[in-house]
Structure formats: structure tokens, C-alpha cells
Design a protein around this ligand. Structure first.
Ligand SMILES: NC(=O)c1ccc[n+]([C@@H]2O[C@H](COP(=O)([O-])OP(=O)(O)OC[C@H]3O[C@@H](n4cnc5c(N)ncnc54)[C@H](OP(=O)(O)O)[C@@H]3O)[C@@H](O)[C@H]2O)c1
Length: 263
């Protein structure tokens, strides 16, 4: 009798929101090179998203792109974006193994006062609701955030960033409140929080609006690079088990404070 053939490990399918640039794009590249099929969500920068997918393919991985405004406010198709995105994922792949909640906003010129909460708290909740029927046991949700948001109750933040920080912290808290519900579905949860990340557009914008805030962080410690932060996000996306955990990248000075309340 011949040996029983080993089952091929199945390809993990990862949806990364806001992956047309920055940390999301780098996370997509990393997961693609590690053998995941990556679904690159973007809001409007289709060409950039396609370039990210092409880079993944050139490195031997597989990727596709899907447009959706996660807040559904820039709907140009007359169909709710988030619903349409998950309908497409269901039809093409039938399941998801990782949902990386990376897209974020609130600093956009002309954004209304409620936008930060819609994009950073309400949209992640809605994405989780929509993804739940597709997320297989053994899958993981990763919520990407910043130290300025995670520690907003403890540390001062630049005035321009406060609505973003407060709304991201609210989104993070909502995710953590859902950890038991997720674990019951066999889904793990990771919160990945980073210091300002060198080379990102957000930090370049902040540098223009509030140079002292960026200079203060640089003086404290070297800032993490996009690759360092995205590596932590990709590691969590591939992590097995239903444990809920929080991972910090850079900014170890934040961590020397008493965190029992905020963690
Ligand atoms: N930058 C930092 O220093 C830093 C530090 C710590 C944590 N983080 C966190 O890391 C994550 C990524 O940051 P980043 O600096 O790489 O961001 P970014 O360069 O501003 O990229 C934002 C991405 O999100 C997409 N996006 C924005 N609004 C969207 C919406 N309503 N619907 C769908 N997609 C939307 C954009 O798509 P389009 O281009 O198509 O519009 C783009 O792909 C965020 O959660 C951020 O808080 C960043």
C-alpha cells in the first residue's frame, strides 16, 4: 500500500483594506511573498493598487484588487461598496483567512467632523460584520493602529490628529470588545500599534502641519520603517489560534508607563 499523500496546505486568502499605498501596500507585498493570496482594497487609487498587485505577482505571489470605500460615502456604483466587495470575494474565493483593517483616515482636507469616527470606528465594525460569514475557523482579524491613538488617554497628541486618535482608539476598543464573539467563531484578533512610521505620507503631512511633534518623536527614538511595521502586521495576519493580543512596534518609551488601564 502506498503512503497516503499529504494534503497540500491551502493558500490563505487575506483582505487588506487601504492597500494601495503605505503600510497596507507593504503588508500586501509581504503576505504575497509568503504565499497568501492577497486582496488589495483601495478607495480611488486604482493604478497604485494594480501596481501593488503586479509587484506581488512579479515576486511569484498572487493578488487581486477590489475597490470599495469602506465608509460607503463615495459610492459611484449605486451599490453599497462594502457589500459589493464581500459579494465579489465570496464569488471568487468563497472564504477569507485574514482581514487586515488597515485603511484609516480623518486628516483629509474638507473631511466633515464625523468622518474620523465613520472611517476609523464604524467602518471596521461593519467590515467585521460583513466578513464574519466568510472568515473560516483559524482565521485572524488584525486592527492596525498608532501609538498616538492607542495611548490617546495618556499622552498629548497634535491637535490636528486628536479626532483621528480618538476615533481609532474607539475602533480598537470595539474590536477588543468583540474578541469573545470572534473566538467563538474560531477567529483570532490582533491589535498592532506603531509609533510614527518613517517615510509614510501621513508623517510627511504631519511634519508640515506640526513639525515639533514629529521632531519630538524622532528625538525620543528612531522611528520604525514601513517594512518593520508591515512585517509585524503580516506576522499577525498569519498567526494561528484564537488568542486576542496587542503588539507594539517602536516607541518603547510609551511602554514604560503603567499600561494596565489602556491595554
Ligand atoms: N503612517 C504612520 O506613521 C502610522 C503609524 C502608526 C500606525 N499607522 C496606521 O497604519 C495604517 C496605514 O497607514 P498609512 O500611513 O500607510 O496610510 P496612508 O498612506 O494614508 O494610506 C491610506 C490607505 O487607505 C486607503 N483609504 C483611505 N480611506 C479609505 C476609505 N474610506 N475606504 C477604503 N480605503 C481607504 C487609501 O486608499 P486610496 O489611496 O485609494 O485613497 C490608502 O490605500 C493606518 O491604520 C494608520 O493609522 C500609520
Amino acid at each position: 500500500m502506498g503512503a497516503t499523500p499529504m494534503a497540500e496546505p491551502r493558500t490563505r486568502i487575506a483582505l487588506i483594506t487601504g492597500a494601495s499605498r503605505g503600510i497596507g501596500a507593504e503588508t500586501a507585498r509581504l503576505l504575497g511573498t509568503r504565499g497568501h493570496h492577497v486582496i488589495i482594497n483601495y478607495r480611488e487609487k486604482q493604478r497604485r493598487a494594480r501596481d501593488v498587485a503586479a509587484t506581488v505577482a512579479a515576486a511569484g505571489g498572487s493578488a487581486c484588487t477590489v475597490r470599495a470605500d469602506i465608509t460607503d460615502t463615495a459610492d459611484i456604483t449605486d451599490t453599497a461598496d462594502v457589500t459589493a466587495m464581500f459579494d465579489e470575494i465570496r464569488a471568487r474565493h468563497g472564504r477569507l483567512d485574514a482581514l487586515v483593517l488597515n485603511a484609516s483616515g480623518g486628516l483629509e482636507v474638507g473631511a466633515d467632523p464625523g468622518y474620523a469616527m465613520r472611517v476609523n470606528r464604524d467602518a471596521p465594525n461593519r467590515l467585521v460584520d460583513a466578513a464574519l460569514p466568510l472568515l473560516a475557523p483559524g482565521s485572524r482579524i488584525v486592527f492596525v493602529t498608532s501609538h498616538q491613538a492607542h495611548f490617546v488617554a495618556r499622552r498629548d497628541v497634535p491637535a490636528a490628529y486628536r479626532p483621528v486618535a480618538e476615533s481609532k482608539r474607539a475602533g480598537e476598543d470595539d474590536m477588543r470588545c468583540r474578541a469573545t464573539e470572534l473566538a467563538e467563531h474560531g477567529i483570532g484578533l490582533s491589535i498592532v500599534s506603531g509609533d510614527m512610521v518613517d517615510g509614510t505620507i501621513v508623517v510627511r503631512l504631519l511634519q508640515r502641519r506640526d513639525p515639533a511633534a514629529v521632531a519630538a518623536r524622532r528625538a525620543a527614538l528612531p522611528l520604525p520603517t514601513v517594512t518593520e511595521f508591515a512585517t509585524a502586521v503580516a506576522d499577525e495576519a498569519a498567526r494561528p489560534g484564537t488568542e486576542a493580543r496587542t503588539v507594539f512596534v517602536g516607541g518603547s518609551d510609551y511602554l514604560t508607563e503603567d499600561l494596565t488601564f489602556t491595554q
